[in-house]
Design a protein around this ligand. Structure first.
Ligand SMILES: Cc1ncc(COP(=O)(O)O)c(C=O)c1O
Length: 317
């Protein structure tokens, strides 16, 4: 009997993902071994790592001038690694303080650079995001850091900050893949995977490739983004099982899917419309279908879609 687990992370994983992982535990697709036992450089695991990255890129629409790194250390390690990798010749960085996670980022960054707190909502116990008009940004800052969703206070940005020419860095640990974002609006996006992507142990970094030359000499090799980007996150052993589990862990908000026989696409959409199921056509860059299940979608809508999918499958079996 599975419970409804509302944990803030590590968090609930889709049952289908856990079941598949259980089925593949002793023998991953005829390899005769568990994913945990594979060499990270062997062809089996390389195929898992490549498809994890390809899926992540597709889900978020990550442009080709961004590198995706799958690292260890957690989002908290990034509090040190962001300044180490991005300061370059600059001495200072801007931070907006919206809660406990921003505060931790600020304290850690202070070990490496001068921190300018451009805005803070501490005056009201971190219950809001200060309006951009009140921010005191430094145009010479190495970067501007925000936490896009404060997991503890429950405060989320619903608008995109304007950082001018200064690279915008976001800790998206707890809202990554919960909504559509334009990755190009950010210079760096990072977070721990253990909320919306997979199990604990995996840390993701999405970094624009023109920023890879700014690391301080003291940056540890395994956390040096350029080194890791050049070695497909395999300078050392990556969190292999976390990467494997992330493969199937799709967004619960937007569910793209394809019919086996794409010639049936139009009749699928026509039949859906007859049942009052609209806007199921996939985005033109992905093709196929897409069901978006935002908060206001009633459960009856989901059930109607499932019933239609079952009927359609039966009819065309
Ligand atoms: C917004 C945010 N940032 C950072 C962290 C720290 O992540 P980790 O435990 O992976 O270091 C958390 C963890 O809950 C978080 O919610």
């Amino acid at each position: 009997m599975r419970v409804f687990n509302f944990s803030a992370g590590p968090a609930v994983l889709p049952e289908a993902v856990l079941q598949r992982a259980a089925e593949e535990m002793l023998d991953w697709r005829g390899s005769g071994m568990s994913v945990m036992e594979m060499s990270h450089r062997g062809k089996e695991f390389m195929s898992i790592a490549h498809s994890a990255e390809a899926n992540f890129r597709q889900l978020l629409g990550i442009p080709s001038n961004y590198k995706v790194l799958f690292l260890q250390g957690g989002a908290m390690a990034m509090n040190a690694l962001v300044p180490m990798n991005l300061l370059g010749k600059n001495r200072s960085a801007d931070y907006v303080n919206t809660g406990i996670w921003s505060s931790k980022s600020i304290s850690e960054a202070k070990k490496y650079c001068q921190v300018n707190v451009a805005a803070s909502s501490e005056d009201k116990d971190f219950t809001y995001v200060p309006a951009q008009s009140t921010w005191k940004l430094d145009p010479q800052a190495a970067y501007l850091h925000i936490c896009s969703n404060e997991t503890i206070g429950g405060v989320e940005y619903h608008w995109l900050p304007d950082s001018g020419d200064v690279p915008l860095v976001a800790d998206m640990s707890s809202n990554i893949l919960s909504t559509i974002i334009n990755v190009s609006d950010y210079a760096v996006i990072y977070g721990g995977a253990q909320k919306n992507i997979g199990p604990a142990g995996l840390t993701f970094v999405i970094v624009r490739d023109d920023l890879l030359d700014r690391a301080l000499d003291i940056t540890p090799t395994v956390f040096h983004w350029k080194e890791q980007a050049e070695h497909e996150s395999m300078v050392n052993t990556p969190p292999t099982y976390g990467i494997y589990m992330a493969v199937n862990d799709r967004s619960r908000m937007n569910i793209p899917f394809h019919l086996h026989d794409t010639r049936l696409n139009d009749s699928f959409l026509d039949g859906a419309q007859e049942r009052g199921l609209l806007q199921l056509k996939g985005h033109r860059s992905v093709g196929g279908m897409r069901a978006s299940l935002y908060n206001a979608m009633p459960i009856d809508g989901v059930i109607a879609l499932i019933n239609y999918l079952r009927d359609f499958e039966k009819h065309h079996a």
